[in-house]
Design a protein around this ligand. Structure first.
Ligand SMILES: [Fe+2]
Ligand SMILES: [Fe+2]
Length: 160
């Protein structure tokens, strides 16, 4: 851990680590649900829907890694129990449809999940603009948030 890096952030560093860990949990759950969607989706648009979910899932895993790196730099530790991922996540589920041929419902579930993620990062950004001064985390969150906005747009484009 970076001792000076922690000091630089100030007294709310542990609160920030907690926020980052909750977002880290969100990313793992998104990865899991999106890969599942890619696996189970059927119907005439199966190919486009499955490849989009799979591609975005890989980016969610990258987000988890980026958050993990920052958590470590701040002297925190990432969640290490699977049950804790679900417990700590802000966005606890992606509502995949019962009917695997309902491609529209898969995309709607993806859009809903991305909107939840955007909201989470918006709240972290707000803290980073006001009472927690941390330009490095700001940069990381800004980058991830931009990709969540792209994901929402990608799902919306496919939905037509
Ligand atoms: Fe993400
Ligand atoms: Fe996303």
């Amino acid at each position: 851990m970076g001792e000076y890096a922690r000091k630089m952030v100030g007294p709310k560093v542990d609160e920030l680590i907690e926020d980052l860990n909750k977002a880290y949990a969100d990313e793992w759950l998104a990865f899991f649900y999106y890969k599942t969607a890619a696996e189970i989706a059927e119907g005439i648009n199966r190919e486009a829907v499955a490849s989009k979910f799979s591609e975005i899932a890989d980016e969610e895993l990258e987000h988890a890694e980026e958050l993990a790196e920052r958590i470590g730099q701040l002297g925190g530790e990432v969640i290490r129990e699977f049950d804790q991922l679900k417990a700590m996540a802000n966005c606890k589920t992606v509502n995949l449809p019962e009917d695997p041929t309902d491609c529209k419902a898969f995309l709607e579930a993806g859009i809903e999940a991305e909107q939840c993620a955007i909201k989470v990062y918006e709240e972290i950004m707000e803290k980073l603009k006001t009472d927690i001064k941390d330009p490095i985390t700001f940069h990381v969150i800004r980058h991830i948030m931009q990709e969540e906005v792209e994901h929402e747009d990608d799902f919306e484009t496919l939905l037509g």
